[in-house]
Structure formats: structure tokens, C-alpha cells
Write a protein that binds this ligand. Sequence first.
Ligand SMILES: Nc1ncnc2c1ncn2[C@@H]1O[C@H](COP(=O)(O)OP(=O)(O)OP(=O)(O)O)[C@@H](O)[C@H]1O
Ligand SMILES: [Mg+2]
Length: 465
Amino acid sequence: MPEPSKHLLLVEDEAALRQAIAEQLGDRGYLVEQADSGETALARLGEFAFDIIVTDLRLPGVDGSVVVEAAVERYPDIIAIVVTGYGTDKDAVEAGKHGAWDFVRKPFVIDDLAARLDSALEQRRLKSENAYLRAQLEERYRFEGVVGKGRAMEQLFQLLETVSATNSTILITGETGTGKEVVARAIHHNSPRRVHRFVALNCSAIPETLLEAELFGHVRGAFTGAVGNRQGRLEQSHKGTLFLDEVGTMSAGLQMKLLRALQEREFERVGDSHTTKVDVRVIAATHNDLARLVADGQFREDLFYRLNVIPVRLPPLRDRKEDIPLLVQHFLEKFRDLAGAESAGRRPTTVSQEGMRRLMSYQWPGNVRQLENTIERAMAFCAGRSQIDVSDLPPEIQNSQEPSLPAAVALPEDGVDLDAFIATIERDLIRLSLERTGGNKGQAAKLLNLKRTTLVEKLKRLDRA
Ligand SMILES: Nc1ncnc2c1ncn2[C@@H]1O[C@H](COP(=O)(O)OP(=O)(O)OP(=O)(O)O)[C@@H](O)[C@H]1O
Ligand SMILES: [Mg+2]
């Protein structure tokens, strides 16, 4: 018995036979739609993502093998079963070449077809389940691959637990290297969509002119170089999750098209007149301040609200230094595992206390990615020793020390220039606040209990000084 939601497209030109098969498959729980020709089938495939297609091989006009090829190209996970009229092995081999899972010879009894469908569905289920089980075994943390136990991360995990189960659109913001992509993947793997695909598209890595086709796909001849039909990332993520990375860099035109796709859950491939429907969950990420881009007129406000349904903000590493030891341990293990059993024994297993202090006082502008790279590099430097020490760290981290202000103020014998002295302290505190907030003047002002405008004024004065 199939799951209740198995949509099946049945392509057969002989009306009576088609009707009979449709009814019997319907009785077995499939949601059957009928097409009387290859042309009709192709049109329907353009509009709807079927789970299964059963097609006669010999059809007047567009042939069954063409239909299978188109179906598999559009939906790589579709189960395609071909019905061969003349029953030669050659036909079966041909059908297989076009991506069919299986074939049945005419005349057949419905039980035979049903058995093949069951087996194909079971194989597909096992395939995705195995992948899922494997992923679960690897899961050693509350959210796969996302390490952290401090208060900020604990709050994040709670939020992720709630939102993963939903279909809500999520907007992840955070500085470079804070783990936007790991979090997006973790959400997908903790969602009911985990058996389907997680498809990522980095909007800033692809030239603007190609981005539209990359996202929506294209049909043959849509533009120079479009030699065949191609699925876009949106279609590839059907039933799964689409991760739109660096979404802040999209052009105005594309923003509009994306908005429509998100609103209607349908779109056209570039150069195509057919509308394709998709069922995707969208997770977007950006290191930009999107609200600021909206205010500056560079990002559509309506698209921003579409994406920002659930905002997830990833804190910079310097604001959650309590997670550093755990992350360090995680990366030490990761790179030991990668090194393989043979050399793992010669790899360091810990970081000296002094080393850890330096790691924890550094400001980490590159966040977790920079920490990861630092550990990998340090492990290479201290080959043969069991402990990473200060000297294995890059100079800027070796030299990092929480800058300390004079603990007690003493009045020198010959007095002091009070204004100059206070100005020095002011300058130091402003510098520290900006360092800690990654240059964010608003947050820095908060740390100093100043209005943002006051801080900006002071900075201007310091610049002139
Ligand atoms: N919480 C975390 N636990 C474990 N590893 C992490 C965590 N956060 C980030 N990483 C690791 O740090 C690296 C950078 O993470 P990721 O690519 O997700 O960052 P990002 O925010 O997408 O960065 P960018 O804006 O530069 O694309 C990855 O190798 C990732 O595995
Ligand atoms: Mg990223």
C-alpha cells in the first residue's frame, strides 16, 4: 500500500486500457492522473511534480522514452515505469537508458505493475532512510554539526527546535563564519523534509546574468549557450529546502521574480511559457543588514518581509567566548578523524592552558571559520606533540591579550594633564567597544551608555585629533 500522497501520472493512448489501469491503481491508494498522449504528459509534468510516472513506450507522436527522459530530467527522484508493447529486451534496455526504474510487458496483470511500484517505492524509501540513519549516527549534538552550549546558543537551539518542524521561511543573519550555512543544514535535517534535498545557491558567487537561470532553470535556446533544458535550484529542491545564501546581493529584477515564486510557489523557467509549481521551504542568509538595505532602497521591502518570517541571528564568536573550548575540542576531533587512523595517534589532543587563554582573548573577526582554520593549522605545526601550545598559534593570536586599563589611578609627583589623561581613557574605551562589536557603532554606543550620535561625534573629534 503506497503512502496516501503518491501522485502518479499514467500515460497511455488506449482509452479503455488507461481507464482500467487508473481505476485499479486508484483502488490501491495512488492518486492517478491520466494523459492520453506524450504531449499531454509533457505539459502536465511541466506543471506538477509527480512521484511516479507509468507510461506506454509506443505512443503516437511523442514517444514514451522521451516522456521518461523529460520526467527524470525535471524530477531526478521520480519513479518511472515503462510499459512495453512488443516486449523485446531491446525496448527494456532502451527504457533503462532514459532513466526508467523498471518496465512491464504488455499484456500484464495489475498485480504485476503494483508489485513493481511497491518495490521501486521501497527502494527509494530505503535509499533516503539509509541516508537519514547515517546522518543520525553522526549527530552528536543537539543540532547536527552545530556546536555550542553557552546561553546564546542554548536560546538558538530552542528556537531551531521549534522552527525546524514548520515550513516557515527563515532568514539567518550573522557575520562571516558564524555558521549560517551549518545552521541552515541543521534546520533541514531536523525537519520532516530531511528525506528530500537541501539545495544551496550562493547568490553572490554567480554572475547576475546567470543567476536567474540558475535559480529558475531554463529551456533549450532561452539564451546563447542554453543548449538543453535545465532544472533550476528551485525545482531541484522540490519537497526539500532551498538555501539562498547572500540573498542581499540580488538585483531588483530578480528580487521581484523571487518574490513572486515565494508568494505563489510557482515560477517559469527562463524562456518557458509553462508555469511550474514547487513545494519548497526557503531559508535565506545574509551578512548584510537587510533592514538597512531596505531603508536605502536597495532591497524590496515586501521581499524582506517574505524572507524575514522567522529571523535567526547568529552571534559573533567574540560574544560567546564560553563556547570556544567546546569548539576547539570539536575541531581537534574533526581533524584527527580526517587524518585517518594511522596518523591520528601523532596528532595533538589538547591545547595548553596558556594557549586556550590566548584563543579566548582574541576577537575572532572571522568567527568560527577562523577558529577552525587556526586549529587545523596549529595541529600541523605541532605534529608529534600531544598538546598545542602558544607558539603553534598565528602571531596575532599569540599576542592577543584582553587589553587592560590601569586598575588604580595614581597621581604622579609633578601632577597630570587631566583633560589629556581622560581623553586617552576615552579613546581606549571607544576603540575597545568598536573592536568588541565588530565596528558596529550602534552596539558600541550601547556598551558605552552613549547615544549613537554622541559616539559618532566623538569619533569625528578623535579623527581630527
Ligand atoms: N556552531 C558551530 N559548530 C561547529 N562548526 C561550526 C559552527 N559554526 C560554524 N562552524 C564551522 O565554521 C565554518 C563556517 O561556517 P559557515 O560556512 O556555516 O559560516 P557562514 O556564516 O555561512 O559564513 P559566510 O558568511 O562566510 O558564508 C564551517 O566549516 C562550519 O562547519
Ligand atoms: Mg555561508
